[in-house]
Write a protein that binds this ligand. Structure first.
Ligand code: AMP
Ligand code: ZN
Length: 459
């Protein structure tokens, strides 16, 4: 029996879908103005893992992940680049697919784009106005009146009064209450806009997801996911809109993936501590890189924060190589997984317990040890099949172990120089440490000394 930690209930619950055997799942996807970073990759990969496991557990899953293709950041970036918005978003969607493919993600069943659902958003806004839950302000914006939705705050566990106490003095006088959020923004000059009953404008971010959930799945869904930061205000807003409009429960199970951090701070564009997924992949061996990053991203439990460092990536690579080495040395036979087999049963129990990937991987490493000891090609086949349920171990083992790239050889050389510099420092040979630093710099590499050692990137 699958159990899922439901953010709304703040506990693990047995999973019962609305329709037996079927799952309606929606995940907040990317805002496509740039390459996505490795923190975004974590959330995307976590839900790819969930999607795969639900299918292994026998469900027919419809996985919808939206694309936000109109927003302030996109408009600003397109203007800065001097290119039309659609050109920028089309390019970034193609790049997103490339990077997701490299991380071995399955494509969602649908990837609706905000600009394709403006009509649905407008009709939901119309319904909310009709029910007295939204109002058109004098400035041409339309706002959601949070006081008219009694459940506001139930996901984040905040009451309207708590939220209000934390609110700074209202700057926007068009709102009736400072917590009211925008559903429709009046058009500013030189910005993309659509005609509407409330004047020219464009949608607010929250209404996008409510409208696309309804269009793709109907009024109630089984699972809605996203990163931890989206719980409030984005998902709280979605609940208010969707339940306010339909009068029915919106989502049965809310799932949130914890952050990927860099030196124990959230990786985000606004903090400037960002590595894009493609720059990380490009530093790694082309054969091993994608699966290595995927393994690193899923090695921690999805509700625990994880830290990104080059050393941790290298450790993930080494662990995968050890699994592939077992597969190379003891050629697997094709097996259909027998879930009563002890390893398989433990793997399944771990995954069924709120997608406990660290426990599931621990089973794979035990299995590897037994394969190395017994040289059983049946168990080797089982290892490959179990890994396959989460998108791992499907490459030719010899090719994986060998790897394929000059890039990685260079990475190893840089690691060796970094180690030599650390040793020079330890020996208080600062002249040598500085010389090594300059040598590394001359190769176009920037060193970053942090709490978890030294990481590097190309300048
Ligand atoms: P954005 O494009 O910023 O809206 O983010 C897309 C998705 O990535 C959302 O689900 C975010 O919650 C998630 N996300 C952003 N930064 C991180 C991070 N550092 N770690 C994990 N997930 C993140
Ligand atoms: Zn969303």
């Amino acid at each position: 029996m699958l159990r899922i930690h439901n953010s709304l209930a703040r506990e693990k619950q047995a999973f019962t879908p609305i329709e037996p055997g079927k799952v309606r799942m929606y995940v907040c996807g990317l805002t496509v103005y740039d390459y996505f970073h490795i923190g975004n990759a974590r959330t995307l990969t976590v839900f790819d893992m969930v999607y795969r496991w639900l299918q292994t557990a026998g469900y027919e899953v419809r996985y919808v992940r939206n694309i936000t293709d109109v927003d302030d950041k996109i408009i600003e970036r397109a203007n800065r680049n001097g290119e039309p918005i659609e050109q920028l978003t089309t390019r970034m969607v193609a790049a997103m697919h490339e990077d997701c493919d490299r991380l071995l993600m399955l494509r969602p069943d649908a990837e609706p784009r905000a600009t394709q659902h403006i009509g649905d958003m407008q009709s939901m806004i119309g319904t909310l106005i009709g029910k007295g839950k939204a109002y058109a302000a004098d400035n041409g914006d339309v706002y959601y009146a949070v006081r008219e939705f009694p459940g506001y705050g139930k996901l984040s566990g905040k009451s309207i009064d708590d939220l209000r106490a934390g609110e700074r003095v209202a700057v926007n006088t068009a709102k009736r209450d400072p917590l009211d959020f925008v559903l429709w923004k009046a058009a500013k000059p030189h910005e993309p806009h659509w005609t509407s009953p409330w004047g020219n404008g464009r949608p607010g971010w929250n209404i996008e997801c409510s409208a696309m959930c309804a269009a793709e799945h109907g009024e109630t869904l089984d699972i809605h996911g996203g990163g931890w930061d989206l719980q409030f205000p984005h998902h709280e807003g979605e609940i208010a809109q969707s339940e306010g409009a339909s009068g029915k429960p919106f989502v049965h199970y809310w799932m949130h993936a914890a952050f990927l951090n860099m030196d124990n701070e959230k990786m985000s564009k606004s903090l400037g501590n960002v590595f894009t997924t493609r720059e990380v992949l490009n530093k790694l061996d082309p054969v091993q890189g994608g699966e290595t990053v995927r393994f690193f991203l899923l090695r921690g439990h999805y509700r625990s924060e994880i830290n990104y460092t080059w050393d941790i990536l290298q450790d993930a690579r080494g662990a995968l190589v050890s699994l592939y080495t077992a597969l190379r040395d003891i050629p697997p036979v094709a097996v259909t997984i027998d879930w009563n087999e002890p390893y398989a049963a433990r793997f399944r129990a771990a995954m069924d317990d709120d997608f406990n990937t660290p426990m599931a991987f621990a089973v794979l490493f035990e299995l590897r040890n037994e394969i190395n000891r017994t040289r059983s090609s049946e168990l080797s086949g089982l290892l490959r099949a179990l890994g396959g349920t989460l998108g791992f171990l499907q490459t030719d083992p010899a090719s994986f172990v060998h790897g394929g790239a000059a890039d990685d050889a260079e990475a190893a050389e840089i690691d060796a120089l970094i180690l030599a510099r650390a040793n020079a420092k330890k020996a208080r040979d600062f002249a040598e440490a500085d010389r090594l630093r300059d040598e590394i710099k001359a190769r176009g590499i920037i060193l970053e000394d942090g709490a978890n050692g030294t990481t590097w990137r190309r300048s």
